[in-house]
Design a protein around this ligand. Structure first.
Ligand code: NAP
Length: 212
């Protein structure tokens, strides 16, 4: 992909995504919501664009070939950001003719009612955003990691429809690598899957998802 919009580019996962794409042949268009974050995006190799998911985002997607959604409310405004912010960005992508959309979702979003009570609204918001994406007509991939850590990435994960929740975690860096690897990897187009740290190279894990 030539130009990829990264929503949440200033976040823990999003900075890794910017770094990875910023080193590549295409352009990482790094969406931040504060002017003060622009310099850091440039230093990671990103082309910053200032936009807030609770406001108009049409200018952010224009001219892009793909979107990676790595933003999140952190629990402050789950319906405003995690659901409606994502939905508005999906709508903007459709409107702008950006066909490819990779969503960072969460383990547990397949069954929010069974999740821990403090996370229930968050998981409902993520589930509704994922469902909207699936029905949007975009070429989508939905990646659902377990608990995120700041450990260095290993490049090795496991991926499947449903992994045992509570059975491990995954470094943000490996989540970012998975999102980036998925962008152009046709076997995972239209797929939703969970990821945790594991023993498979990311491309192999994605291949197994695509051929299951
Ligand atoms: N934490 C976990 O264990 C876990 C597990 C599974 C899935 N996830 C999902 O993974 C996502 C990313 O994780 P992370 O650790 O990278 O999160 P993070 O560091 O909190 O990053 C989230 C990013 O979203 C941005 N953002 C928030 N509201 C926004 C808005 N209105 N408009 C534009 N951008 C906005 C934030 O901007 P600022 O930098 O300006 O604050 C931040 O850069 C989480 O949000 C969650 O949905 C998390």
């Amino acid at each position: 992909m030539n130009r990829v919009l990264i929503a949440g580019a200033h976040g823990g996962v999003g900075k890794h995504v910017t770094d990875l794409l910023g080193d590549g042949e295409g352009t990482a268009r790094s969406m931040v919501r504060d002017e003060s974050q622009v310099d850091e995006m440039e230093s990671l190799g990103g082309e910053p664009v200032v936009a807030d998911l609770t406001e108009d985002v049409t200018h952010a997607v224009e001219g892009c070939d793909a979107v990676v959604f790595a933003a999140g409310s952190g629990g402050d405004d789950v319906y405003g950001v995690d659901r409606d912010g994502a939905i508005d960005l999906i709508d903007a992508a459709v409107e702008a003719g950006v066909d490819r959309f990779v969503m960072l979702s969460s383990m547990g979003a397949d069954d929010p009612e069974s999740g821990p009570e403090p996370l229930r609204d968050y998981l409902i918001a993520k589930a509704e955003a994922d469902e909207y994406l699936r029905s949007s007509g975009l070429t989508e991939t939905i990646v659902r990691p377990g608990e995120l850590t700041n450990e260095p990435g290993t490049g090795e994960i496991r991926a499947n429809d449903a992994l045992e929740s509570g059975d491990g975690d995954i470094p943000r860096e490996d989540v970012a690598r998975t999102l980036v690897a998925a962008i152009d990897f046709e076997p995972v187009y239209g797929e939703t899957f969970e990821i945790l740290s594991g023993e498979d190279a990311i491309e192999d894990a994605l291949q197994s998802v695509g051929s299951r």
